[in-house]
Design a binder for this molecule. Sequence first.
Ligand code: ADP
Length: 451
Amino acid sequence: MKIGKVLIANRGEIALRIHRACQEMGIRTVAVHSTADAAAMHVRLADESVCIGPPPARESYLNVAAILSAAAITGADAIHPGYGFLSENANFAEMVEAHGFVFIGPRPEHIRMMGDKIAAKDAMRRLGVPLVPGSLGALASLEEARQVAAEVMYPVLIKAAAGGGGRGMKVAQDESGLEEAWRVARTEAKAAFGDDAVYLEKYLDRPRHIELQVLADTHGHVVHFGERDCSLQRRHQKLVEEAGSPVLDAAQRDALGAQVTRALKQLGYRNAGTLEFLWQDGQFAFIEMNTRLQVEHPVTEMVCGIDLVKEQLRVAAGERLGYGQSEIRFQGHAIECRITAENPDTFLPSPGRVTTYHAPGGLGVRVDSALYSGYAVPPHYDSLIAKLVVHGGTRAEAIARLRRSLAEMVVDGIETTLPLHLAIMEDPEFQAGDYTIHWLEQFVARRNPAR
Ligand code: ADP
């Protein structure tokens, strides 16, 4: 199957990133956009564009009928969903295929399976992947939550089966807090996902978040591209990611990689995916799988010297991977800063017109951003405006390069988190690689003692 034209069902930096890969492969692109994004960079650079609705995402970027019509009228062969929006919607993937387009992503059944975190954990348990201890399925009652919590021991976490973006997740430090955590998690889950099924996990007190990037073709070959350490989070949202993890050595990476690729081969998985783990005391425990390209994929590309979007396009077209695990090499160290249009202390959103934009450059510096001078960041969408990614021979060099690049970068007219990222890079604990998933929240609190 030849893919000659791809519709990119997304916006912002990721739409641009997918467009770039297509263009280098001689594939034409179709941008879709809301009326708020008529002047956006992805619309300007794509070969064709179609307006699919008004600013609210549910009427545009989540409007399946409008997106499928846009693909039909422009004669697209395939649809790339990017991340967010419809990227993990199994019904959308199914409809894309039912309408005769190639879905650039996993099989709908695997998107569905991994979108239900309880089903995902169950599948991984059966495939021999280690899990965070907890309930085996959805909790039927508060009484059952009490029993499981007593078995795995407090503190525990109540999590939404349909969870995402850190919502529907509540910690109970001890039995007295369980009822409240149970109630709040279910209410949040119902409101955010329309599904109040919850499960229970032991709450790990000082883990790192380490995830593994995988890729599978449709001929039974599965490889991994190593790990990313995404422990720097605020409200369970990642801010800084690095490849590799400062705490893993090659043998530990190989062992995890072998286990995961074996499992996905057995599952018959296809295209790109990421398995997320918590790592504590040298042990990995699976928490969830993302069946899509992730925001932080560039750090992997920098250390492996591959283009993950091109690989996605190749395997979606039915091509064989054409290389084995032993040909994938990891070189140097890469770090990504997610720069958002937010106040760096209060995190209040700061959309508006960017009067001056200047991106840093030089050896080993990559900026994935859809900004330009004069562009107005719309208030309707995610606040991510740029990903600054650097590669260095060593982690220390990458950090020095980030400090230099962050200082060079100019985004005037709106508030951004650039100063926060600079402060993180200058912190001795970060520089030592000595952090857990709780480190960033404490760092932010130390920076703003009055708050
Ligand atoms: P979401 O899909 O909402 O992002 P995840 O299951 O991926 O939810 O978890 C998000 C983050 O929450 C993790 O990266 C980690 O920081 C924290 N977390 C999740 N499960 C646990 C746990 N059992 N113990 C401690 N922290 C956890």
